[in-house]
Each structure stands twice: as structure tokens, then as C-alpha cells.
Write a protein that binds this ligand. Structure first.
Ligand SMILES: Cc1cc2nc3c(=O)[nH]c(=O)nc-3n(C[C@H](O)[C@H](O)[C@H](O)COP(=O)(O)O)c2cc1C
Length: 189
């Protein structure tokens, strides 16, 4: 059982990172092998819509994303954690998500080779925003949830928390517990 954590915050050790660590701890305690990818430490360009992947399923851009595509395909669950930047996901997370394009053919159907690996893969999301009203981050949830449905993934849930300064989330026991449980769910069939 492999659970992959994807961090979309450029603030390593910040709120979404801490919650992602909680989720990965939950997954590990449930027996999973876990790995965290910190997107800001990778080179990930935006999708060029060059359509080369439509035939091959391989992205033409030579950066760190093809390696991440492989890790996504191999994982049983993928948990994303991202803060809200101007009512949307961070640019790091958006560049990563747009590159999921490589999983689809010209008709936006999963490539045959990927279908068995993607179908039913568990996917979860953690959002953090400065606004005390956590639903301010709903646009991120919409983006991921719709992508999950479109990609035949299994949605395992969302943790939405509020925090502003770096590490402030450590005081939020409820969010930490929810993130831990989300990770456990990622590791449970
Ligand atoms: C460029 C930028 C834009 C932001 N935009 C919003 C926003 O639109 N709404 C909001 O509630 N918080 C916003 N925030 C606050 C962050 O979501 C908040 O500080 C969060 O805790 C950062 O998480 P991190 O520690 O994981 O990076 C913004 C922060 C930055 C740096």
C-alpha cells in the first residue's frame, strides 16, 4: 500500500505541510508506505497543450513531472495539501494539476494503459486559508473533486482549516486529527 503526499505550499514547514505530515503519519500507522513530494522543490512547468501526450500518454516537457506521473500511477492513494492564494490553489499546485493532462487521450478519456491504475485510486485534499471561514477555499475543493470524478478516482474526503502565520495550525487539534484520519483512510481499502 503506497500513499503519496503532494505539498502545494511553497512554505515548507508551514500549515499545509504540517497537516500533510499528519495525514502521512495516519497512513503510515495504518501500514502504508508513504512519500511526500514538495512541489516547490521540483521543476514543473505549465502544460503547453501541445497535444503530444494525446497519442503517447507521455508528456513532452522534460522536467520533474514525468517522474511524478509515475509515482501517481504507482500510488494507491494521493493526498494533496495546499493553501488558498487569492481564492484559488497556489501556482505550484496548479502547474502540477494541469500536467495531469498526460493521463488522457484526445477525447479526454484516460489512456488505456492508465485506466486500470487510475480507476478507484483514492484521492484526498487538505486546504488551509487565512480566512476564518474555511469554505473560502471551496474553489480548490471544486477543482480537485471534479478532476477526481472525471478521472474515475475515489474521493476520500477533504480537511479544510484556517491559519495564517507559519505553523499556527499546530494549535488546531481538530484539523490535525482530521488530517490524520484522512491519511488512515488513504491507506485503508
Ligand atoms: C500570495 C498569498 C495569497 C493569499 N490569498 C489568500 C486568500 O485569498 N484567502 C485567504 O483566506 N488566505 C489567503 N492567504 C493566506 C494563506 O492561505 C495562509 O497564510 C495559509 O496559512 C498559508 O498556508 P501555508 O503555511 O501552508 O503556506 C494568502 C497568502 C499568500 C502568501
Amino acid at each position: 500500500m503506497k500513499v503519496l503526499g503532494i505539498l502545494g505550499s511553497p512554505r515548507v514547514g508551514g500549515n499545509s505541510d504540517l497537516l500533510l505530515d499528519q495525514a502521512l503519519a495516519g497512513a503510515k500507522d495504518a501500514g502504508a508506505e508513504v512519500e511526500k513530494i514538495i512541489l516547490c522543490q521540483k521543476k514543473i512547468s505549465g502544460c503547453l497543450n501541445c497535444e503530444k501526450c494525446n497519442e503517447s500518454g507521455i508528456c513532452a516537457i522534460k522536467d520533474d513531472m514525468p517522474e511524478i506521473h509515475k509515482k501517481i500511477l504507482e500510488a494507491d492513494a494521493v493526498i494533496h495539501s495546499v493553501p488558498l492564494y487569492f481564492w484559488a490553489m497556489t501556482s505550484q499546485m496548479k502547474a502540477y494539476l494541469d500536467r495531469w493532462c498526460a493521463f488522457y487521450d484526445a477525447d479526454w478519456r484516460l489512456h488505456k494503459a492508465y485506466y486500470p491504475k487510475m480507476k478507484g485510486k483514492r484521492i484526498g485534499l487538505i486546504t488551509v486559508c487565512g480566512d476564518p471561514n474555511v469554505s473560502t477555499a471551496d474553489p480548490i475543493v471544486h477543482s480537485f473533486k471534479t478532476t477526481a470524478d472525471f478521472t474515475k478516482l475515489k474521493w476520500i474526503g477533504t480537511v479544510m482549516a484556517s491559519a495564517s502565520s507559519k505553523g499556527e495550525i499546530v494549535k488546531n487539534d481538530k484539523a490535525k486529527k482530521q488530517a490524520y484520519q484522512l491519511g488512515k483512510k488513504g491507506a485503508t481499502l
